[in-house]
Design a binder for this molecule. Structure first.
Ligand SMILES: Cc1cc2nc3c(=O)[nH]c(=O)nc-3n(C[C@H](O)[C@H](O)[C@H](O)COP(=O)(O)OP(=O)(O)OC[C@H]3O[C@@H](n4cnc5c(N)ncnc54)[C@H](O)[C@@H]3O)c2cc1C
Ligand code: SF4
Length: 507
């Protein structure tokens, strides 16, 4: 009797666990369903990328001899849900069992557990650290800190190691990676991939089926096959990696991608593996073509942060997405959905998100994330936004970054202090402030940068929680030394700004 082998849209890896476990005669099930496209309003480019990559992958499987039962979104018989499609296909082929690779989304894991056709869920072994291994590492530790986890992963993988010592004598070269950037017409641009006939068909489908989702579907330039993903990696390694470290934290209005890799969607869909990406980067450094701060900084993002947040997501379980340690209640302001704003930094970060379904890490963390945290937005709303609007967003990676790193809603599981800053940080790292309605140097008054006002408002609102945090105590001492009249003006300015935000005014 055949079994069904479920391959989800972010499991497009030929040796993904479920495919490895398949026997001759088993039927691969792949399904495009409205339920997955709409449980949050995903960006049209994200939906198009996943559907086109699925269609290409299914063809590759067929060419390799697999029998694939593929449900297209527009098929009349499509039940438009993953479980519904498993039930339908099981009846069609006479299967009584499903083999799946565990999804990176608790909602789907629970749905598969409740599926009337019994599902065997195999661990997703496309990570360098398994869920069980991370659990064992975390066991008994008072605090989970990425830096220590990262060192373990360096030892385990042998990446950038000289014997049992880190290459270059240090684990981390981050102090070299905090430079601003200058506009440069000759900075290499990430490659764009012209849509083929399959992608064109998908783009038209997405335009027709998801017309109200935030974001432009065209121009669409994402790669949709492993070949494209490898070309994107190669382009990054040859052209942008040398300056990746130096420009990692910088932001420029006219250059939304700088020296970033734009490979997260390919990694997260399974078109690239974390180890091959790191090996390529290490090889560039060993060949003397890139500086150590660039190679180490990049590898830390992959075997450090990426694996660490995945471990946290697995460890913390389904309740994690509902955490709200700071009790924030505000609805997500309309500026996140493209409403007019006078804040240049927010306008740029949201604008490029709408156009490209992409923003780099510092834009996500220190502009849109920082603003939501300072303004006290409900972290569940913030999580839903990030999960919707980015082409690389899947719960296992998005939620710990948003709920944990960016919003401190987990109370300090991911980070030891909240990532908050005044406008000075954005001014130092970007060229946004020069064209802004607000004045970044003004600390109070009508034209004062909202980040300057809200920064203190946030710290004072949460004084009890953070005053004794050794990494934040200095800020409270600075506040206490300020003149009383100035402090009142700052807090009143922040209150006024929040009232206008709440009233839906263009801030
Ligand atoms: C609020 C918030 C939400 C985020 N949501 C996502 C998400 O849904 N999906 C996602 O893949 N990343 C997410 N990130 C992490 C990071 O912003 C993206 O991985 C990165 O911007 C992807 O672009 P890139 O490929 O050009 O990355 P680069 O800057 O070139 O970095 C290289 C790679 O490192 C990995 N990486 C870097 N930082 C992280 C991180 N903090 N966590 C996990 N991997 C990391 C990514 O795979 C990335 O491709 C989020 C960060 C924040 C602050
Ligand atoms: S002045 Fe403030 S609001 Fe304007 S761009 Fe700078 S940081 Fe953003």
């Amino acid at each position: 009797m055949p079994r069904l082998i479920l391959v989800l849209g972010d499991q497009l890896t030929p040796d993904v666990a479920a495919l490895q476990a398949a026997r001759p005669g088993d039927v691969v099930v792949m399904a495009e369903v409205m339920a997955e496209g709409t449980y949050v309003p995903h960006h049209p480019q994200k939906i198009a990328l996943i559907l086109s990559a699925m269609r290409h992958f299914a063809e590759e499987l067929r060419a390799a001899g697999w029998q694939v039962a593929y449900s297209r979104l527009e098929d009349d018989a499509n039940t438009q849900g993953i479980v519904g499609e498993l039930i339908r296909r099981a009846a069609e082929v006479g299967a009584r069992e499903v083999i799946a690779t565990a999804p990176g989304d608790w909602r789907l894991r629970e749905a598969l557990e409740d599926c009337p056709v019994p599902v065997t869920m195999l661990p997703d072994d496309r990570f360098l650290c398994s869920e069980a291994e991370f659990g064992a590492w975390a066991e008994g530790r008072k605090q989970l800190r990425m830096e220590f986890f990262y060192r373990e992963m360096r030892r385990k993988t042998g990446l950038m190691m000289e014997g049992d010592k880190p290459a270059g004598g240090q684990w981390n070269f981050d102090h070299d990676n905090r430079k601003p950037a200058k506009a440069d017409l000759f900075r290499p641009r990430p490659p764009r991939f012209a849509p083929d006939a399959v992608t064109e068909e998908v783009l038209a489908l997405v335009e027709a089926r998801f017309p109200s989702h935030f974001g432009a579907v065209r121009p669409f330039g994402w790669g949709v096959t492993r070949g494209d993903a490898l070309a994107a990696l190669d382009h990054f390694a040859r052209h942008s990696l040398p300056s990746f470290g130096d420009e990692q934290d910088a932001m420029l209005a006219g250059d939304p991608t700088l020296s970033h890799a734009l490979i997260s969607p390919y990694l997260n869909l399974g078109l690239l593996s974390p180890m091959e990406v790191c090996q390529r980067v290490e090889a560039e450094w060993r060949a003397g073509r890139v500086p150590i701060n660039a190679a180490e900084g990049f590898i830390r993002q992959i075997i450090g942060w990426r694996e660490f947040v995945r471990g946290i997501w697995a460890l913390e379980g389904p309740g994690y997405m509902g955490r709200n340690a700071l009790g924030h209640k505000r609805a997500l302001p309309a500026v996140y959905w493209g409403a007019k704003t006078r804040m240049a930094c927010m306008g740029h970060a949201v604008g490029q998100t709408r156009d490209m379904a992409y923003a780099h890490h510092i834009q996500r963390l220190m502009v849109t994330g920082n603003f939501a945290l300072l303004a006290g937005v409900d972290p569940a709303h913030v999580h839903e936004w990030y999960l919707s609007v980015y082409v690389d967003a899947f719960e296992w990676v998005e939620a710990p970054n948003t709920i944990g790193m960016s919003q401190f809603a987990d109370g300090g599981v991911v980070g030891s202090k909240p990532y908050v800053s005044s406008g000075a940080y954005i001014d130092r790292m970007s060229d946004y402030c020069g064209t802004c309605h607000y004045r970044v140097k003004e600390k109070a008054g009508e034209r004062a940068c909202p980040f300057n006002l809200l920064y203190w408002h946030f710290l004072i609102r949460h004084r009890e929680r953070f005053a004794n945090n050794p990494r934040m105590a200095q800020m409270y001492r600075t506040w206490d030394r300020m003149e009383e009249g100035h402090r009142s003006r700052v807090l009143a300015g922040a209150e006024d700004f929040l009232a206008r935000l709440e009233a839906g005014e263009a801030v």
